[in-house]
Design a protein around this ligand. Structure first.
Ligand code: TRP
Length: 455
């Protein structure tokens, strides 16, 4: 395989820009839609606890390996993994699986992002008409046919256009300015939700674990969410690492990204569960959780309809940063194979993603609602295969490459760039990468074989 010279490569202009862009990939529907929905359908705090452990012992270490390998190789994910261990092209499989995962994730991600964009307009309409959106609105949207498909196309066109204009210009600007706003609005939501009568039960649900609820299935889903959340296991962060300046200190950067990202998820949970308990008195899960709860929370506030609209606008913007990073994996690969321009690669990828997205988007439509594979509709199936199979397996391979197939010296030199000598945390993280992370992933995957049989 010949690799055409990838010069000149785009790069993030500064360490702050790199932090913002990495965070821009991490923060998205995973925090605001998926974290609350999975927490609600997997028993609350027990799930949250396992999730936090997964971030610490799997998420951060793998983020470190991906950024390190990406910066060292300065290539797209497929070529980076194909050449990182001299003489062992087989690891290109990690990048290939990553490209496949990117397509599967985008198939359902753009569906949900389409719902978010639709809710911007629906909530504004409701505000103007003095109404509150209810569960029927979501049911009609998600179970529709042309409506969700058109929103999905819109989302893909927008993301493809951003990708076509180049890395640093496109991604960095959008995310840097708007993420802080999302943070502030989540806090407003939290304050409103936490002061509703009966909100305490939601806080307990989120933070007091009932360990008897633990199961192999909860652990598998929590692990899958950790990968999904931090955009790991498929080359996204490797690709971003390839744009990192040499001055960025990888371990502190990765830790900050994980902390900020987790804070956003917990803030979203703190808005949603207190409100769910205050309104309904019981936990709730399901993909509609976000869409049904947020309008209700704000409906109890003056100008609530307007706040609902702003909330969905900011969420929509957060999804863009994440989607841009997902599309970037196949796009960077196609471009560096050397035959296609960036806009060409972006359009090709967008069209393929839409094709795969149709069955996911129609999976709640009566047309496809009864089509089940392994007991799952297309939406759930794409989600399960990507988050709970492809990403963890990719992550396992990545941890093994970092810990066992690269020399400790070479790996540490890249990871610790920016330090005069090896810092304590560099040694700690390396030990975890080598001995803890791969063992944990392997154990969880093995124990989940039982989950698969049941599912
Ligand atoms: N992390 C994003 C979110 O939470 C989704 C995402 C972006 C992603 N890039 C990824 C997930 C790469 C897996 C792999 O919404």
């Amino acid at each position: 395989m010949s690799i055409s010279a990838p010069k000149p490569r785009d790069a993030f202009a500064s360490t702050l820009g790199a932090f913002a862009a990495t965070l821009g990939s991490a923060i998205g529907l995973g925090n605001i839609w998926k974290f609350p929905y999975l927490t609600g359908s997997h028993g609350g705090a027990a799930f949250v606890l396992v999730y936090l452990l997964a971030i610490a012992f799997v998420g951060i270490p793998i983020l470190v390996v991906e950024l390190t390998i990406g910066r060292k190789m300065r290539l797209n994910a497929v070529h980076a993994y194909g050449t990182v261990v001299p003489g062992q092209k087989i690891w290109a499989g990690v990048g290939m699986a990553g490209v496949a995962a990117a397509f599967l994730i985008m198939a359902f991600y753009t569906d949900v992002a389409g719902w978010v964009f639709a809710y911007v307009f629906k909530s504004f309409g409701a505000f103007l008409g003095g109404r509150t959106l209810d569960g029927a609105t979501f049911g009609a949207l998600a179970g529709g046919s042309w409506e969700p498909l058109l929103w999905q196309i819109g989302v893909l066109v927008l993301t493809t256009a951003i990708i076509a204009t180049g890395v640093s210009k496109g991604i960095e600007k959008v995310t840097k300015t708007l993420m802080p706003l999302l943070f502030v609005l989540l806090i407003v939501c939290d304050i409103r939700a936490l002061t509703l009568p009966g909100a305490g039960a939601g806080v307990t649900y989120l933070f007091r674990p009932d360990l008897s609820k633990l199961s192999a299935s909860i652990v598998l889903y929590a692990l899958g969410l950790a990968f999904f959340k931090l955009s790991l296991g498929m080359g996204t962060m490797t690709t971003y690492g390839s744009y990192l300046p040499d001055s960025t200190r990888i371990v502190p950067n990765a830790t900050r990204v994980a902390l900020a990202d987790t804070a956003v998820s917990l803030l979203a949970g703190l808005a949603i569960f207190p409100a769910v308990f205050a309104f309904a008195g019981k936990p709730a899960g399901g993909p509609g959780l976000l869409f049904n709860t947020i309008p209700l929370i704000f409906s109890k506030m003056p100008m609530g309809g307007l706040f609902t609209t702003v909330f969905f606008v900011l969420t929509a913007i957060a999804t863009i940063g994440a989607m841009v990073s997902l599309i970037e994996v196949p796009v960077a690969w196609i471009i560096e194979k050397g035959h296609v321009t960036r806009p060409g690669a972006a359009i090709l990828t967008g069209v393929l993603m839409f094709a795969l997205g149709i069955p996911a988007t129609l999976s709640q439509n009566p047309l496809l609602a009864n089509v089940k594979i392994f007991g799952k509709n297309f939406f759930d199936l794409f989600d399960f295969i990507s988050s709970n199979v492809l990403l963890p397996v990719g992550g396992l391979a990545i941890a093994i490459i970092g810990g066992w197939f690269l020399t400790r010296k070479g790996f540490a030199a890249e990871m610790n760039k920016g330090y005069a000598e090896e810092p304590w945390h560099g040694r700690l993280v390396y030990g975890i990468i080598k001995y803890v992370t791969p063992v944990l992933i392997l154990l969880i995957l093995l124990s989940s074989l039982g989950v698969l049989k049941l599912g």
